[in-house]
Design a protein around this ligand. Structure first.
Ligand SMILES: [Fe+2]
Ligand SMILES: [Fe+2]
Length: 280
């Protein structure tokens, strides 16, 4: 058995063509719903490089062959996510949106954080951000209405990415625990990460809506408020229990069993078959 066979998940090479005629408001023809997702996409190439660097810094201290195989699969998956989202973001730039500028802003912030924190801090922040991506991924895959009106190209991107985030959601956490990460550090990291993730997403969203000429549209923000905080319930209320769960001392990402959801998404996206090279 190779090390790779020890992991239940693998990198899936993915090349997506973001065609010039892809509709600019690709998510339900809605400026808020489209640019909210675009705002997240603009954080991924830099953010996912940070996750890879954080886990790599601890890879040599892991002796469990299963976790070693999962780290390899994690790095491969995040590498493919970066590659696809870089192409996605280049398409945004092509649409006249300030994607390169926002990507550079994210890169500067991450470089600053990396210079101020030791690798333990990078890993604690990665554990927290991986929990965020897992919560958002679960929400996306559990609510078909969120993807029903996406352009098929974008639906493929987001379902593929969400499914792989659920597959590898415990890897950074397991590395953190196996290398002596403390509860108090991950709690402090979660408070720091929550504030900064909200600020960075909102700043990107505002910049994109401004470029779209919709920043001051009451209708856009009314719909956005419903999307995030509505009583249906909105995404904020749906993910809040998962955020609180992280603060339990005994928390583990796999407390929440997503295997059925992952299987369903694999089938829906036609992604049950593996695999190819580990890196884009
Ligand atoms: Fe990812
Ligand atoms: Fe991830």
């Amino acid at each position: 058995m190779t090390n790779d066979a020890l992991s239940d998940f693998h990198p899936r090479p993915m090349r997506i063509e973001f065609a010039a005629d892809l509709p600019r408001l690709w998510n339900a023809d809605d400026a808020f719903a489209t640019h909210y997702m675009n705002a997240l996409s603009l954080l991924f190439p830099t953010g996912e490089k940070f996750f890879i660097d954080a886990v790599r810094a601890y890879r040599d201290r892991i002796s469990d062959p299963r976790l070693t195989a999962e780290i390899r699969a994690f790095i491969g998956q995040e590498g493919w996510h970066r590659s696809v989202h870089a192409d996605y973001n280049a398409w945004l730039e092509h649409c006249g949106l300030p994607a390169a500028e926002l990507d550079e802003r994210a890169a500067r912030k991450i470089a600053f954080i990396k210079s101020k924190l030791p690798p333990r801090g990078w890993l604690a922040a990665t554990v927290c951000l991986e929990h965020f991506t897992a919560m958002m991924a679960k929400d996306l895959l559990s609510n078909p209405a969120l993807t029903a009106n996406m352009h098929p190209t974008m639906r493929q991107v987001w379902i593929w990415h969400a499914m792989e985030e659920l597959e590898h959601k415990a890897v950074a956490f397991d590395v953190y625990q196996a290398t002596g990460g403390k509860y108090s550090t991950r709690v402090k990291a979660m408070l720091f990460v929550s504030v900064n993730f909200a600020i960075d997403t909102l700043r990107n969203l505002i910049a994109l809506l401004r470029a779209e000429g919709k920043l001051w549209s009451p209708r856009v923000w009314w719909r956005g408020a419903g999307f995030l905080f509505g009583r249906s319930p909105g995404v904020f209320w749906r993910t809040l229990p998962g955020w609180f769960a992280f603060f339990r001392p005994s928390f583990h990402p796999n407390d929440d069993d997503d295997r059925a959801l992952i299987r369903e998404a694999r089938e829906k996206a036609g992604l049950s078959a593996p695999l190819g090279t580990d890196t884009p």
